[in-house]
Design a protein around this ligand. Sequence first.
Ligand SMILES: *Cc1c(COP(=O)(O)O)cnc(C)c1O
Length: 368
Amino acid sequence: MRRRFFEHVSEEEWRSYNWQIQNRIKTLEELKKYLDLLPEEEEGIKRTRGLYPLAITPYYLSLINPDDPNDPIRLQAIPRAVEVDEKIQKYGESNPFREEEEIPGLTHRYPDRVLLNVTTFCAVYCRHCMRKRIFSQGERARTKEEIDRFIDYIKRHEEIRDVLISGGEPLSLSYEKLDYLLRRLREIKHVEIIRFGTRLPVLAPQRFFEDKLLDILEKYSPIWINTHFNHPNEVTDYSAEAVDRLLRMGIPVNNQTVLLKGVNDDPEIMLELFRGLLRIKVKPQYLFHCDPVKGAVHFRTSIDRGLEIMRYLRGRLSGFGIPTYAVDLPGGKGKVPLLPNYIKKREGNKFWFESFTGEVVEYEITEV
Ligand SMILES: *Cc1c(COP(=O)(O)O)cnc(C)c1O
């Protein structure tokens, strides 16, 4: 595996999560050492400073092909002026799903599930992030007191069976805080499922090379991981190793992709991504339509594009590798699954279905 830009770094450092975090590229000057920036990137970094800051791990930066101005990793990680263009800023909301209305950091939308945002820190500030609003809040993990408030809320709501821990990057919490949070959650009888929404397998997979982290996750089993691969170039030997270590600890790894214009809004790329994920035993769970988030609407495509991709996958990819395409409704009304329409015509109990090859096939139900 080539280590672009960082051939001089020792293997030990490269495999260290702390090294990756400590050496994140956060300024225009640093980034210019590695890439010839486009004018809209230079302007973007200057104009988004403080509002939508820049941070990239050396590992994620190394996946960028410097000769491709529209490299998919580059588009996800390097600010462009379009993010703060008036035209773009006019659209979308900073918090379209009205998250965190109950208590800061807690969103209780579905009766049985609760979402916790445990930190504003991220390894990389993805340009399409649905929580771009938190970028300007500085890098801060919740205190023990705030975690205790989450625990009290969940204790009082016996209908909660599933706790989704997100951020920012939840697996950036210290071992001590992570252990505390999981221990307190496991004390609650009605909490059955604990899952993390983490992008570290993609942005800094080295985190999972730490036995201590895996031991903590294993101790509070069953724990599930939802991660966020968007492009086949993100499926590397390192991410494969991270996933393999999680699976060996009995931690399933599912993926949520976001449909992003210019990054992955292409049937062939999406097919390659999902095949790549299956190869490393990650189950594609969701393909999300890009949310109307202020500062990120330039990544949105049409719903027709998403449906076209879904249609393309059927017949070309193992069934369990096909994710559910979904939109998240504004105002916190929840997620809606979308499928291409395979019912071409219907008369009573007689249907005309479209097969994966496009053939229309008659199908009749006779009730006996
Ligand atoms: C997406 C989401 C969930 C989890 O939904 P699943 O379909 O179970 O993955 C829970 N709470 C909130 C607020 C969400 O946005």
